[in-house]
Ligand binder design. Structure first.
Ligand code: TXA
Ligand code: MG
Length: 341
């Protein structure tokens, strides 16, 4: 796996981007930063190249990939029948952390869409991602660049830890910004439906297009409905040691911690700074202050606790407003146990 470090001078950057783009357009796999998480890219029109992504990640074959493009024109080249509200969404949120699920016109390779009649398309806003996509001038299929089941990568080192030796290249552009993946929106119906909460919140979408629905399968943990985004049915984001999600604020967190320590367990805490100030614990990782901070540092926090360091991670819950919806969606998937108040 070749590694390019792009935070040096501009001329070198351009050369590295061109090398990485050549690797992609000749059928290789290259991981690169986006504003959400690192993606593992391959030419979306090349079925053999796309197959390498599934192999490198150990990804289930029935889970479709997002096609990444640099412009609205390129996006339109992949799809049919775009409802009027999609124009508004694109104008407001793209480039940015949102993926549109639209009717595919068959341009993407069959394994990108996992045989579905729809394709997920997104225009990332990260300058390195955009430069790479422009240099490739072909849509790039890219899931998050982690081993299937692990927390998504928000630094190049996370990608390296999971995929070194399994992919052709890695463009290191430093830590990503948003930290949780894009919002996946089904735009094939009269009303947009959120299939995966992410970097753009439901509230933000509603300001632009009015009513927005949420896939009913996401709303209740015990829902028998099948999620419309195939990836949402899998358990994801599993840390190296079990994580319990603890409701009820700092007092409850302290109580659960004390009980586990009394049983002889080594316990690591994941919480924001305010909560940590109220706790008396041995090992903790701060997720920052705001919900935006928590989103940005969540996957790194989950990856930092390794087997041998602690037996169990305790993480607090967050209000499901704004990006809090994406945070709680990911935390519930990562948790092995939900400790109710
Ligand atoms: O922020 C992101 O979206 C990152 C960066 C790299 O762009 N990518 C990402 O990809 O998170 P991935 O493959 O880890 O997640 C894509 C999600 C999966 O849950 C998948 O099932 C869903 O999007 N998806 C993709 N195409 C779809 C389609 N045509 N219909 C329904 N769901 C789709
Ligand atoms: Mg993923």
């Amino acid at each position: 796996t070749k590694r390019w470090n792009v935070d040096t001078n501009k001329e070198q950057n351009e050369r590295m981007i061109i090398e990485a783009a050549n690797e992609l357009t000749s059928g290789g796999t290259v991981a690169f930063p986006t504003e959400t998480v690192y993606g593992l890219g391959a030419d979306a029109t090349n079925e053999e190249a796309v197959a390498k992504i599934f192999k490198a990640k150990g990804r289930p074959q029935d889970n479709p990939l997002i096609a990444h493009v640099a412009t609205k024109e390129q996006l339109m080249q992949l799809v049919n029948d775009v409802p009027a509200y999609v124009d508004k969404l694109i104008e407001t949120f793209s480039p940015g952390p949102i993926t549109y699920v639209l009717t595919s016109n068959g341009t993407s390779a069959a394994n990108v869409t996992a045989g579905l009649s729809t394709v997920g398309v997104r225009i990332p806003s990260h300058p390195v991602a955009l430069a790479l996509l422009r240099a490739c001038n072909t849509p790039i299929a890219a899931p998050s660049a982690n081993l299937s089941g692990k927390p998504s990568p928000t630094t190049a080192d996370h990608v390296w830890e999971d995929l070194a030796g399994r992919i052709n290249g890695l463009v290191d552009g430093g830590p990503t910004g948003v930290g949780v993946e894009s919002t996946v929106v089904d735009c094939t119906q009269d009303i947009p439906i959120i299939l995966r909460p992410g970097g753009i919140s439901k509230e933000e979408l509603e300001e632009v297009v009015g009513t927005v629905m949420v896939d009913p399968a996401l709303l209740h943990a015990d829902s028998k409905e099948k999620p419309k985004a195939p990836g949402m049915k899998y358990r994801h984001y599993s840390p190296d040691v079990p994580m319990w999600l603890v409701e009820g604020g700092s007092a409850r967190l302290q109580a659960v911690y004390d009980e586990l320590v009394a049983e002889g367990k080594q316990v690591g805490i994941l919480a924001n700074r305010n909560t940590l100030e109220k706790l008396e614990v041995q090992q903790s990782i701060s997720l920052g202050e705001s919900l935006e901070d928590v989103a940005a540092s969540l996957y790194d926090g989950l990856r930092k606790y390794k087997q041998g360091d602690v037996d169990i991670i305790l993480c607090e819950t967050y209000p499901q407003i704004g990006i809090g919806q994406a945070i709680m969606n990911r935390l519930k998937k990562a948790a092995s146990r939900y400790v109710e108040e």
